[in-house]
Design a protein around this ligand. Structure first.
Ligand SMILES: NC(=O)c1ccc[n+]([C@@H]2O[C@H](COP(=O)([O-])OP(=O)(O)OC[C@H]3O[C@@H](n4cnc5c(N)ncnc54)[C@H](OP(=O)(O)O)[C@@H]3O)[C@@H](O)[C@H]2O)c1
Length: 234
């Protein structure tokens, strides 16, 4: 069995498709009993009760701006750090693989080349710090952590859908031009996850997008923010 947390999000929705052929899939949302990451203890109980072969955590507090305005002890820390830590402890007990997702926000945005797995992290904000601590917590068990960036999908909130909506509402669009990233399709992340989750592929590094992919807006030379390009494995 594979337990999937956050099955209604951009990545979670695509994972429902990509993981289904691998094993019996148990998809959970925040509204399901034992599926709300706001209660890490209940999440761990869910894993210990179901004893799956793998747990895939596609849920997170992804509202970056909102995370900055909250005290760090609250929602972002619970969802992005405490819940993955509880998942890792439960997976350790069950011998389950934990698949977890992280972000380019674990880096400080400096430099002029794509990040590698071994580059030192240096998050600048609450979201990045809580996600960095979450990936560290996840790696306490047998885990795959995918660092992705600029996720887009046919559903959910993302840059592409926002631009399409605004294009229908406004004559002129204003967009920041000081960031470079690797737009990454949720479909691709889900397919890479399915391949990596099979036992023969465990323990090898993988990428979720070409580091050469970038936005149409070029980075300003004084503030390059290299795409993450990476995954960390244990
Ligand atoms: N979006 C990006 O550009 C981006 C970039 C880098 C990394 N990532 C990482 O990639 C992963 C997937 O992101 P995504 O784009 O698929 O995110 P998303 O579309 O915002 O989905 C987030 C999911 O988390 C769930 N969630 C929120 N609060 C929850 C709670 N208390 N309990 C359980 N589930 C909860 C949401 O479910 P409900 O709707 O039911 O609350 C939703 O299914 C995350 O780890 C994220 O940090 C995303």
């Amino acid at each position: 069995m594979i337990v999937l947390f956050g099955s209604g999000g951009q990545v979670g929705w695509e994972l429902r498709r990509s993981l289904a052929p691998l094993d019996a899939l148990h998809p959970l949302t925040s509204k399901d009993p034992g599926g709300n990451l706001g209660d890490p203890g209940a999440v761990a109980d869910t894993i210990r009760r179901l004893r799956p072969a793998a747990v895939v955590n596609a849920s997170a507090h992804t509202a970056v701006d909102a995370a900055e305005s909250e005290p760090e002890s609250t929602r972002a820390r619970v969802l992005n750090t405490d819940a993955p830590a509880a998942m890792a402890a439960a997976c350790q007990d069950c011998g389950a693989l934990l698949v977890h997702y992280s972000t380019d926000y674990v880096f400080d945005g400096s430099g002029d080349r794509p990040w590698t797995e071994d580059d030192p992290t240096g998050p600048l904000g609450v979201y990045g710090r809580t996600k960095r601590d979450g990936e560290t917590a996840a790696l306490a068990c047998d885990a795959l952590v995918f660092r992705t960036s600029w996720v887009y999908a046919a559903r959910g909130k993302n840059f592409a859908r926002t631009m399409l909506r605004l294009a229908g509402e406004r004559d002129r669009l204003t967009v920041v031009s000081d960031q470079t990233g690797a737009p990454t399709g949720a479909e691709l992340i889900a397919d890479a996850t399915a391949h990596s989750t099979t036992s023969s592929r465990r323990g090898k590094p993988r990428g979720t997008a070409s580091p050469n992919l970038s936005s149409n807006a070029p980075a300003r030379p004084e503030s390059p923010s290299a795409p993450p390009g990476s995954i960390r494995c244990r």
